[in-house]
Design a protein around this ligand. Structure first.
Ligand code: MD3
Ligand code: FE
Length: 213
């Protein structure tokens, strides 16, 4: 038997220029990634951040890295300190850094060294409405995302909020990458459906690796 050199290509879905879903790319590491998420959540607990409008986000979040994304009544920004603990965010685990770098390499991006890892936790009904990720200074670096646990429906729009959206399924172990002209595309996650996953129960986690500065 010849080795299956094209297994990776067959599981790649292109969404746009420099944007793709790599189906199952992180599958063989999923349990170790989840162990690290569990560990991180003891250092920087998941929380429902307040929006500038005064509501609480339905998604629960925590950060790792030298900078963490926060939302509060004064707006969205990256901070070096977790406002809830008064401590620096925990460092990005080496396993995460290695995965982010292998993904960027597989996609043909140059060296990718993220300084922020945002972890989103979804329960049934949790959604993330259509938005752009534009709080990072460095819009040239890609964003790498890893989906774990229950499947979700991902909305992929355009560069204008009102552009039509396409829907893609993100399942356990899927990795997605967005760089170049796709970096500022509007995107979101529809309300998570009920379900039970052997590793995460009724939850979905999403890790995003970002280069902020
Ligand atoms: C496309 N997270 O954390 S990941 C986010 O599944 C976020 O939790 C979603 O959107 C989630 O900001 C989707 C996929 C993703 C992340 C960043 C992007 C897609 C992107 C930035 C630009 C374009
Ligand atoms: Fe986003």
């Amino acid at each position: 038997m010849l080795p299956d050199l094209f297994a990776f290509e067959r599981r790649r879905t292109d969404l746009g220029p420099e944007a793709a879903i790599l189906g199952g790319f992180a599958l063989d590491q999923a349990d170790m990634l989840l162990e690290q998420v569990e560990h991180l959540s003891r250092l920087a607990p998941f929380r429902h951040m307040q929006t500038p409008g005064g509501r609480h986000m339905s998604v629960a979040m925590l950060n790792a890295g030298s900078l963490g994304w926060i939302s509060d009544p004064s707006g969205y920004r990256y901070t070096p300190i977790d406002p809830q603990t008064g401590l620096a965010w925990p460092p990005i685990p080496p396993l995460f850094m290695e995965l982010a770098s292998r993904v960027a390499q597989a996609m043909g991006f140059s060296a990718f060294v993220p300084d922020a890892c945002l972890i989103n936790r979804y329960a049934p009904g949790t959604r993330l409405s259509l938005h752009q990720d534009r709080d990072e200074q460095d819009h040239n670096a890609p964003i790498v995302s890893v989906s774990l646990g229950l499947p979700a429906t991902f909305l992929w729009g355009g560069l204008q909020r009102n552009d039509p959206t396409a829907r893609y399924r993100l399942t356990h172990g899927d990795v997605a990458v967005w760089g170049g002209p796709s970096r500022l595309v509007f995107h979101g996650i529809t309300a998570l459906k009920e379900g039970m996953h052997p590793l995460t129960g009724a939850l979905r986690y999403n890790l995003t690796f970002r280069k902020v500065r």
